[in-house]
Design a protein around this ligand. Structure first.
Ligand SMILES: Cc1ncc(COP(=O)(O)O)c(C=O)c1O
Length: 408
């Protein structure tokens, strides 16, 4: 059977067949039904094209006569052809097509973090992360016996002066940061800020782990930290936000002068330390055939459309939102507690996150909420969730304004 015949047998997209009437679909996303609308998880945007690319590529891969040979063995760090695909995928962010010997494939960012932290640190070492950061960095580091210290941030992310003080006082081993669309604050480091952070890291002999998970969705960002300091930076780009979390694949670019074999040697006996072969095959196929860039482009358009909708609802509350960002960040006045807004939202059927969830140490978090916009499957679901959050914020703000009037 040829590809054409196989493709014909695939189910037609929902837009053409088997779609439920509009009213029924709207009822499913209504928050009045006990269903929770998830505005807490920043899932990948999932454009319709992803389905088409997935169907087509899986059929094409299935017809490859050598596939079963290729996936039958362990590939610590990935096969050469997959590393080459990775080098091409991250090239727009690192400024060049790196030699495949500098690229390793891992089962997502979490796996890459374990690999790098195990390489650079020993139990008892101190690492630095943005004061609010990807909520798994702390549990991963703690599970390896490391101590995490938060570095202050401003509107551009890591504050270099604060990093300098920590560098002098504590001599940390490394800095973990997300310079492009920081999670959760959406901060983006300017080119000058990137240069400053790298300069201070070098002064204090601090290695950098750069998490560039949204780098392909936010095209306007200055080049990666890796391109400023390839000698000290470990660069990670997962496909979790651009394609799909379930693929479990991240590209890890290692610093100049490090041998890929040395990075993986300590992990060879732990079972998950090579990336899922079928995922590698699929993503390499997308990168080489051009589907990858097209999915990213369409994902970005979907995020833009969702952001417009989100700003219609929440623009009045002064959110921070940037192109390609999968969430909005809203700082609240001191008298409106973020925790109580999160609680009230959940009681009304919508899940959002409060700043405290992202704290990497025990310092008090700012009074802010994160509203993710890509969780609901369609715009109607997002619209319903956003209107709940907007109404709650209006009510809370009105209440505090009233209290102020009564006091004065
Ligand atoms: C900052 C950041 N990096 C990376 C990831 C993705 O992690 P993984 O590649 O392990 O799915 C996430 C997902 O939530 C994230 O927020």
């Amino acid at each position: 059977m040829g590809i054409g015949q196989l493709l014909q047998q695939l189910p037609k997209p929902a837009s053409k067949r088997g779609r439920r009437p509009r009213k029924a679909r709207e009822r499913v996303v209504s928050h009045q039904q006990a269903k929770i609308i998830d505005l807490s998880t920043a899932l990948p945007p999932c454009p319709q094209f992803l389905r088409e690319a997935l169907s087509q590529s899986l059929v094409e891969l299935a017809l490859e006569p050598e596939l079963h040979w290729r996936i039958r063995k362990n590939r610590p760090g990935g096969e050469d052809r997959d590393r080459e695909a990775g080098a091409r995928w991250i090239a727009p962010r690192v400024g060049e097509i790196l030699p495949s010997s500098r690229i390793l494939l891992t089962n997502g960012t979490q796996n890459a973090l374990v690999v790098v932290l195990r390489n650079l640190c020993k139990p008892g070492d101190v690492i630095v992360a943005e004061q609010l950061a990807y909520l798994l960095i702390r549990p991963i580091a703690v599970s390896l016996g490391l101590i995490v210290v938060g570095v202050e941030m401003d509107e551009e992310g890591v504050n270099p002066a604060a990093l300098d003080v920590i560098g002098r006082a504590i001599r940390p081993k490394l800095l973990y940061c997300t310079p492009t669309v920081q999670n959760p604050t959406t901060a983006i480091m300017s080119a000058d800020r990137r240069a400053d952070v790298v300069r201070i890291a070098k002064t204090h002999n601090i290695a950098i782990i750069e998490d560039d998970v949204l780098g392909r969705l936010h095209k306007e960002a200055p080049p990666s930290l890796y391109s400023y300091a390839p000698d000290i930076t470990w660069y990670i780009m997962s496909v979790s936000k651009c394609f799909a979390m379930g693929i479990r694949l991240a590209y890890l670019a290692i610093p100049e002068g490090i041998r890929a074999a040395d990075v993986f040697a300590p992990h060879l006996r732990s079972s998950s330390m090579f990336a899922n072969s079928l995922s590698c095959e699929l993503v390499s196929h997308w990168v080489k055939g051009g589907h990858g860039a097209e999915i990213a482009e369409k994902a970005r358009s979907e995020v833009d459309a969702r952001q417009k909708l989100a700003l219609q609802h929440l623009g009045q509350f002064g959110p921070r939102a940037v192109p390609g960002g999968l969430h909005l960040w809203i700082e609240l006045p001191a008298n409106v507690s973020s925790d109580s807004v999160v609680k009230a939202a959940l009681a009304s059927g919508v899940q959002i996150r409060s700043a405290g969830m992202f704290s990497v140490d025990h310092k008090p978090p700012p009074n802010a909420i994160r509203v993710a916009i890509t969780g609901p499957q369609n715009h109607a679901g997002l619209d319903a969730g956003l209107s709940v959050v907007a109404n709650l914020l209006s009510e809370h703000l009105a209440e505090t304004a009233q209290r102020k009037v009564q006091i004065s």
